[in-house]
Design a protein around this ligand. Structure first.
Ligand code: DGJ
Length: 740
């Protein structure tokens, strides 16, 4: 609900449990009033509308620096972080006596012009594939148009509400109203003003094979920056944050402010604590090599910062983001099965050693155990015998498939599975026909070296003809091979970002990737896409709008994966998290894991199999089949249920999670002991979200009942006997209410 009080020019934005208030002050500035939880007894008519809750005009110059404008602009504010920094190349009015022509003018002031509440607003880079999401209920957006009093620039601050999940999306729309170009050195999607004291930050950092490492720290005075400086979201940090007063939030309790960016390129989150203890979060494009030029009449809409506040702890924040992603972000074409299919991927089994016979043999074993989608990974194209050659040449590798790919596709279909293919569309090996034909199509600066990484260079998506070429190649492959699934990979970071688009490359690349995905989806409604970037390097709310699932990490060691997946679950839903069972011995970590552990971990997301199936005996293959059948019974709850992190690895050495169906009548309990702690008795983990008065049957993979108990007992005492063993001990249980 969005309300405007004309007398005080105050806006109140309400979600189910939160409020966000802002006001136009006497000078016409749009100023933040407050953001937080609504009192529990508040009715729809209750609104925040008092005097400014801080010194607003105390008359000394530094007040200006601390005034919480909704859009902070460089000009009167220069010592602190800003949302926008604009350069105007020309005078908008004649010089007055005593003035000199100090150009460009780097001073932007924004004053209220008008506002509107609309139902159909979309942020920049919103999906354009036309496929529905699950919940299409229209949402209100407040649009406040601000203008500079002198320079011809309009900025519209946008606030879209998803009331059912206490979420707000914020973005900016810029419009050059004048006859000269306007150049921006910094463009945020939003700056947030948080209550003083919300200085405990939970964030995700990491590296290849160690993605989504949770960090919790106390912000001190100054600015902490999390960012990507590449053309993808990145491994070193993920654009997600949770903030609370130190020590005053936990998994299930406490006020938590949280946010996530819907953008897959060079982003930045800057957490700035001012000397006054004001806390701001500046979220948007990374300014490190940024330039946006708006030609006369041109507009630019930024992507969104999705943010919210909740009173039920970090878990409450995660559940809101999960539900938002499932219902409002992930595409949900009507022709699609309700749940993610069980996938087989041949990468770890065969790497580049591909042949019809080898892949067909894997496909036969995969189908027999219940796999629904068979994906051929890297190595099927061009001269791709290893990672030195072939990227860019998206035609079938003749030495691997002398009769083409058609026979394998037919075999996969005959076995009742869908067929998927790996691609890395943004990349090119210098040893490729495409590079030999178009050496100028890669990012580079003339006369400068071209740095290779994994022997590859990056195609210049600042050139429309390159984007068009890649779209046509991928489009033709879908049609020719009836491809149901693309695993879209991206295996290097940016360097030498010289582009036909100049510094606009950073945006053009992301827009190019999104555009190709959107066009593919629009043209091929049955096509699924998985985002992968050397593991989990491209996961964010922007890419989730045009893919069906993501790859969280190349690290498939079950125990490492527990931590990676727990970090992933801070913001992203299990439904989107592809997770593979692979070999017992893991080459990364040099340790072995029992099959049960590998399945119990992988079943926490969208299950996939990556094992060399030809190395398994009949008994092992049968075990795989039993687990896959079990997963298929559980997946409606895992993929669509509410996640409760009952015990976290850091606290108890075990990860215990529960997925609960929306009606509370069915749940999945999953425990993995990560570290054995001698001398400690691990507590049971009381369940959540069930009905106290119902009786539940708790059974294992083979349908054997391990307990029968009321919801009340399960939610108080937990599951006796199911709370642990030595490191690597694991268990997945199915909890179903008996008919009343
Ligand atoms: C990196 C991905 O994360 C892997 O799963 C695999 O597809 C390789 N690339 C192939 O080169």
């Amino acid at each position: 609900m969005i309300h405007f009080e004309p007398a005080t020019r105050t806006f109140n934005l309400h979600t189910a449990h939160s409020y966000y208030a802002l006001r136009v002050d006497a000078e016409g500035r749009l100023v933040h009033l407050g953001w937080g939880l609504r009192p529990a007894d508040a009715g729809p008519a209750d609104r925040a509308d008092g005097p400014f809750p801080w010194p607003h005009e105390v008359g000394f110059s530094l007040t200006v620096q601390f005034r919480p404008e909704e859009v902070l602009t460089f000009g009167d504010v220069s010592t602190h972080g800003v949302t926008l920094k604009a350069n105007f190349p020309a005078l908008a009015q004649p010089l007055a006596p005593g003035e000199a022509a100090h150009l460009p003018i780097r001073d932007l002031r924004l004053r209220y012009a008008s506002h509107a509440v609309v139902m159909d607003a979309e942020p920049g880079l919103a999906p354009a594939h036309g496929q529905p999401v699950r919940n299409e209920t229209p949402r209100e957006t407040l649009r406040v148009r601000l203008v500079d009093p002198v320079q011809p620039l309009a900025v519209t601050a946008c606030y879209r509400l998803t009331p059912e999940h206490d979420l707000l999306e914020r973005w900016l729309e810029l419009e050059n109203l004048g006859p000269h170009p306007v150049t921006f050195d910094a463009v945020g999607f939003a700056s947030l003003h948080l209550p003083q004291g919300a200085t405990e930050l939970t964030s995700l950092t990491g590296a290849w094979a160690r993605e989504y490492t949770q960090e919790r720290r106390r912000l001190s005075a100054g600015t902490l920056v999390l960012e990507s400086r590449s053309l993808q979201t990145g491994h070193r940090a993920n654009p997600v944050f949770l903030l609370n007063a130190p020590g005053q939030a936990a998994e299930d309790s406490g006020t938590v402010y949280f946010g996530a960016l819907a953008y897959s390129g060079a982003w930045q989150l800057a957490f700035e604590q001012l000397p006054t203890w004001h806390l701001r979060v500046h979220a948007g494009y990374n300014p490190f090599d940024f330039q946006l030029v708006l030609a006369p009449g041109q507009r630019h809409a930024t992507p969104a910062l999705v943010c919210g506040v909740c009173g039920d702890g970090w878990g409450g924040a995660s559940r809101r983001l999960h539900a938002f992603a499932r219902e409002r972000v992930l595409p949900a074409p009507s022709a699609r099965p309700a749940y993610r299919p069980v996938l087989y991927n041949s990468w770890e089994a065969t790497t580049f050693n591909l042949s019809y016979a080898g892949q067909a043999a894997l496909a036969q074993k995969a189908a027999a155990m219940g796999v629904e989608l068979f994906c051929v990974d890297d190595g099927w194209f061009g001269a791709r015998r290893d990672d030195h050659a072939g990227l860019g040449d998206w035609f079938v590798r003749p030495d691997a498939f002398p009769d083409g790919l058609e026979a394998l596709v037919a075999e996969v279909h005959r076995l009742g599975m869908k067929f998927g293919l790996w691609v890395e569309p943004e990349m090119i090996n210098p040893d490729s026909d495409l590079y030999r034909a178009h050496p100028d199509w890669v990012l580079h600066f003339p006369g400068r070296p071209r740095t290779e990484s994994r022997h590859q260079l990056i195609l210049d998506f600042g050139r429309p003809e390159v984007v068009e070429h890649i779209f046509s190649v991928l489009d033709a492959l879908v049609t020719r091979y009836q491809i149901a699934f693309y695993k879209w990979d991206m295996n290097r970071l940016a360097s030498e970002p010289g582009s036909a688009a100049g510094q606009a490359l950073w945006l053009a690349h992301v827009a190019g990737v999104y555009g190709i995905m959107d066009r593919l989806r629009a043209k091929h409604p049955a096509l699924d896409i998985q985002s992968c970037s050397g593991g989990g390097g491209r996961v964010d709310l922007g890419i989730l709008g045009r893919v069906d699932q993501v790859w969280a990490s190349d690290n498939t060691d079950a125990l490492d994966r527990v931590r990676i997946q727990e970090g992933f679950s801070l913001a992203y839903p299990a439904r989107a998290m592809e997770a593979w069972v692979t070999h017992s011995f893991n080459g990364f970590t040099q340790r072995a894991a029992a099959l049960r552990l590998r399945f119990d971990v992988a079943m926490r997301g969208a299950l996939g199999i990556g094992t060399a199936l030809n190395e398994l005996d009949e008994a092992e293959l049968a075990e795989y089949a039993r687990y896959i059948a079990f997963y298929k019974r559980l997946r409606p709850i895992i993929q669509d249920g509410a996640l409760y992190r009952l015990q976290r690895v850091e606290a108890h050495g075990a990860s215990v999670i529960e997925y609960v169906a929306a009606d509370g009548r069915e749940a999945v309990y999953s425990i993995v002991v990560h570290d054995y702690r001698a001398g400690a008795f691990r507590p049971t983990a009381p369940l959540r979200g069930l009905h106290s008065g119902l009786v539940y049957r708790v059974s294992n993979r083979d349908g054997v009942e391990v307990q029968r108990a009321t919801g009340y007992t399960l939610m108080t005492l937990g599951l006796p006997g199911q709370h642990g063993g030595p490191a690597g001990w694991s268990q997945t249980l199915h909890i179903v209410a008996e008919a009343e």
